[in-house]
Design a protein around this ligand. Sequence first.
Ligand SMILES: [Mg+2]
Length: 221
Amino acid sequence: MSRSVPWQDIETVFLDMDGTLLDLHFDNHFWQEHVPLRYAEKHGLSVDEARQLLYPKFRAREGTIDWYCIDYWSRELELNISDLKKELEHLIQVHPHVIDFLVALRGSDKRVALLTNAHHKVIELKLATTGLDEHFDQLICAHSFRIPKEDPRFWPRLAEEDPFDRDRTLFVDDSLPVLRAARDYGVRHLRAVRLPDSKAPPKDTAGFIAVESFDELARGL
Ligand SMILES: [Mg+2]
């Protein structure tokens, strides 16, 4: 299969936020370092002890909408997750060439939607910090369906709310479970981000065509 996107065939572009347009380093650092640190301070623990308590709680909610819900974690951990995210605002970074890619997309006739599992408060914070919001026709948040993108029930729900032609849709994400759910639903043009976190090694994108960089993805647009 050719690596380049057949742009003439694409009508709708769905773009994930964390790890795709934005550097996942923020989120990884937030959950692996910052939350354990603040949790440890609150309960008089070492950061390692806090991690040992927190990680099983995190793992237990993986793949569910709770995992992405800062209200859930604020309640569960008795921490103001929204405020803690603001403390790390300086780490919210856009991946290289993303802005140019979005500008090129806006100049095309395609519908461009952000399609994210992130909570709406997190979307607001990140879009305000990065200025990305002006580049989308639509912001679609999986929380409105209470089903995350990796759940097979998500895609028919999305299509019901907001019809799209799966043969003429491009979807870019960094999560393999999410891409598999989209593929099973029949979304035809899929791309997996090779380097979601700039501080971590590149990802094996399994059977999916990798996005090595957004200038490469924009070719032919
Ligand atoms: Mg992602």
